[in-house]
Write a protein that binds this ligand. Structure first.
Ligand code: AMP
Length: 603
């Protein structure tokens, strides 16, 4: 009788039994980093300070080569982007001296956070790509702990690049994911059965968002029975893909039936990338038509991709507003939020990716940067870190909220990211955080972040158009409407028309111009999403009848607000208040055209 030898298929780690030895190594790395969080942090700080000791920035604060926490905390101030703008501008203009970082700045990453209406420019160095890659490499081993068999099929991920520009000094400026997708790390990644994606790389790298989406969707349909997970970076991106299918299924089905690609796809490398897989398949074309022509979109994801086990999308923070819509389209599939990252630095990952969106906590990886935490009650103070004690990563307290402050290998020192996080617990000695909110963001549809000051400026700018009519905006509030795709901003205006005796009340055409004027006054990320991506719909002004905002105040007071302290909320989400506003609308107007995009940077 033959003796059967069994090869062990699982490898035990403290996070659970790994799917294979390669995963086990990554999980052990997570364990090690989190078990020695404080020591790793101390080492990271010493590395950053010693390599950057000769930079102009650290020299300015006379660290004298010290690399310890105490000296660092005593001498280096906490800063915001605006504080660093002069240094960043010099780098952008071509100054190659070691200003913030001893390593050469390789490019700028354009953040979706803005400063003075423009995307923030984050200087980065080449080796940061390796650090980001390292964090990416941890995601699959963690996911494999919860979802077995991901090597038996494919992932349908909608990934996109955006246009890139150059700074006056010649450095590239582009979003962090564009930089990643264009890197050899992504383009030349070795075959990994656990990470086979349906989208061909040329389709992802095509800057024309229509062509890119069309071919990514087409490939998703062609491989529909192998698809095990469907995703995009953020929830808004996945919903755009569904919207795309709603609008273009007929063309897609036609291409599938004929086995030839629409002439709208003009990018040759994109055309080449599907040449081998697009064969006439009338049966599949008929299936797509049957599913999409009914007008019933509930559960469309699992109807078209029946083996989908989960959606891979971020639905925390501003993206939480999309959870109900995604549930509708997916028939309630789990949503995995796998990582927490930014242009400044990639922070960490979710060690329980299949948990409910409301329970998501991210574990910050102590090797990525040096992390400090500004207790929320002190976050209102802009500087004053002489008396403000920032808390170290390993010393934050469960239940408390903090603003994240980072010191990176690229040269940001004690930089306020603007994210508010709540500690929910620990994994080993590393804290886990719930993403609470981004500071000062009032309105967001996708990556746009509009704050109160920007909204105020936009209202002021638009209301100039009312002057000839002797009309003014007496009150306003706003709402990010996301029940339709793309979503759009709604601004509620209460007008005071001082003299309408000559029949000169602002008409529909004037109000439409006001909508456009508001859009033109909003930040460049908003305008880019409107113009280049079409991911935000035309801004809407809803004029409410006189006295509506007083009713709003009465409502708030009836619910316990103090008259002395009452302030008109500049953004409303509470359904009864939205209902009240909507029931008082006398006219609604949409922006009739696309706003001008900034002629300068657009990345
Ligand atoms: P950007 O600099 O444009 O890459 O945007 C980074 C910001 O996006 C972060 O600082 C957060 O405010 C937000 N963000 C990134 N990842 C997540 C996440 N997993 N959950 C919630 N918000 C996130």
């Amino acid at each position: 009788m033959a003796v059967e030898t069994t090869i062990p298929t699982t490898t035990s780690t403290s996070l659970g039994p790994a799917a294979n030895e390669k995963d086990a190594e990554k999980l052990r790395f997570i364990d090690e980093m989190t078990a020695y969080a404080d020591a790793v942090q101390e080492k990271v700080l010493a590395e950053i300070l010693s390599r950057n000791a000769e930079t102009e920035y650290l020299q300015r604060y006379k660290l004298g080569g010290a690399t310890d926490r105490a000296t660092f905390k005593a001498k280096i101030p906490m800063v915001t982007y605006e504080d660093l703008q002069p240094e960043i501008q010099r780098i952008a203009n071509g100054d190659r001296s070691p200003i913030l970082s001893a390593h050469p700045i390789s490019e700028f990453l354009t953040s979706s956070g803005t400063s003075a209406g423009e995307r923030k420019l984050m200087p980065t160095i080449k080796e940061e790509l390796d650090r980001r890659q390292l964090l990416y490499s941890l995601l699959t081993p963690v996911m494999n702990l919860y979802v077995p068999g991901l090597d038996k099929g494919k992932a349908l991920y909608f990934y996109f690049v955006k246009s890139e520009t150059r700074t006056p000094g010649g450095l590239l400026a582009r979003p962090v994911l564009t930089s990643y997708y264009k890197s050899e790390h992504f383009k030349s990644r070795p075959y990994d059965p656990y990470n086979v994606i349906t989208s061909p790389t040329p389709a992802i790298l095509c800057a024309d968002s229509f062509q890119s989406m069309y071919v990514q969707m087409l490939c998703g349909l062609l491989h529909r029975l192998q698809v095990l997970r469907v995703g995009a970076v953020f929830a808004s991106g996945l919903l755009r893909a569904i919207r795309f299918l709603q609008l273009h299924w007929e063309e897609l089905a036609r291409d599938i039936a004929a086995g030839s690609l629409s002439p709208k796809i003009t990018d040759l490398s994109v055309r080449d990338s599907v040449a081998d897989i697009l064969q006439p398949d009338p049966e599949l074309a008929e299936f797509v038509r049957a599913e999409c022509s009914t007008g019933e979109w509930a559960g469309i994801i699992t109807r078209i991709w029946p083996s989908t086990k989960y959606l891979d999308v971020i639905v925390t923070g501003a993206m939480a507003q999309y959870i109900p819509t995604l549930e509708h389209y997916s028939g309630g599939l789990p949503m995995a939020c796998t990582m927490y990252a930014s242009s400044e630095c990639y922070f960490g990952l979710n060690l329980r990716p299949m948990c409910k969106p409301s329970d998501v906590s991210y574990t910050i990886m102590p090797n990525m940067a040096y992390f400090e935490f500004l207790p929320l009650e002190l976050a209102a103070t802009r500087k004053g870190d002489g008396d403000v004690q920032l808390v170290d990563l390993a010393r934050v307290e469960v239940g408390k909220e903090y603003e994240l402050v980072i010191t990176t290998y690229s040269g940001l020192c004690r930089y306020r990211v603007g994210d508010i996080l709540r500690v929910t617990g620990f994994h080993n000695a590393a804290p886990q955080f719930r993403f609470v909110r981004r500071k000062n963001v009032l309105l967001s549809i996708e990556s746009d972040k509009t704050d109160e000051a920007e909204l105020q400026k936009a209202v002021e700018s638009a209301s100039e158009l009312l002057k000839p009519y002797n009309a003014t905006v007496v009150e306003y509030t706003s709402h990010a409407f996301t029940k339709t795709i793309p979503g759009h901003y709604i601004i509620y205006w209460e007008l005071l028309v001082k003299d309408c005796s000559q029949g000169r009340t602002p008409g529909g055409e004037v109000m439409e111009r006001c909508c456009l004027a508001m859009e033109e006054a909003l930040n460049s990320v908003y305008r880019q999403s409107r113009v280049a991506d079409g991911s935000i719909g035309p801004l809407e002004i809803r004029v409410v009848r006189g006295g509506t905002f007083e009713e709003l105040m009465d409502y708030a007071i009836s619910r316990g607000a103090s008259i002395n302290q009452y302030k008109v909320p500049r953004c409303v989400n509470f359904p009864p208040i939205l209902e009240l506003l909507d029931s008082r609308v006398v006219s609604a107007h949409f922006s009739p055209a696309l706003p001008n995009r900034s002629p300068q940077r657009s990345g």
